[in-house]
Design a protein around this ligand. Sequence first.
Ligand SMILES: N[C@@H](CCC[C@H](N)C(=O)O)C(=O)O
Length: 260
Amino acid sequence: MIINFSKYQGAGNDFILIDHRDSELKNLDNSIVAQLCDRRFGIGADGLMLLKQHDDFDFEMVYYNADGNLGSMCGNGGRCIVAFAKHLGIIDSETNFLAVDGPHYAKITAKGNWVELQMIDVDAISKDDDAFVLNTGSPHYVKEVKDLAKLDVFSAGKEIRNNDTYKAAGINVNFVEDKGDHLFVRTFERGVEDETFACGTGVTAVAMALAQKKQPGYIETPVEVLGGKLQINFDYDGDIFTNVFLCGPAEKVFEGEIVL
Ligand SMILES: N[C@@H](CCC[C@H](N)C(=O)O)C(=O)O
């Protein structure tokens, strides 16, 4: 069986995308996903997505982490699958699609490769010592640090992700340094079990956690990640974050065929 795929990246968070609408591919074994995402024995990616037909939405997004397991919501993956849907001619510049955490609206701006994805509303942020814990479609731990460029994010993130509190369900671990006019964020991702170049639900969680220090209102948060720049916009009334948009580039890198 030959399966066509496209490789996309959003701020360096990279994904294999497969149009599953009339694909011969019925079920995707977890071990095959893990092998395709492997950077030495496969195509290489932080995750894999299937674009599926859906009766009530433009399409459905099914997301697997690089370890082969079905993941929770992936923000950068969501932005990339919107660009993929546009490439396939399924949508024009706006879409409503379904993901694991519910319906999402997104728009592609005139610049072409810039995708603004609406994320779920968030009304709960808890504390773990001096860190914040919240769910933006995926679970996130957010810790402010100094001199983030020098931090060993792999070791520090791995230790938190595997401590007694988080080991069973796992968590994505974000470290943030406030640079004044923007935030610098680095993330150890559950399911990749490594630092990635960007995490969309992660930077969204970071922007919300740090917005608690600000006056309520409409807040725009520019973020620098290892793979580029993202921006998070939302309304914050002091308790709840609504109209949340994750904005950034989503670009096709190459396409090819998988022989299964
Ligand atoms: N890279 C993602 C997050 C993907 C989900 C995550 N690894 C998990 O299952 O916890 C993003 O851009 O949000």
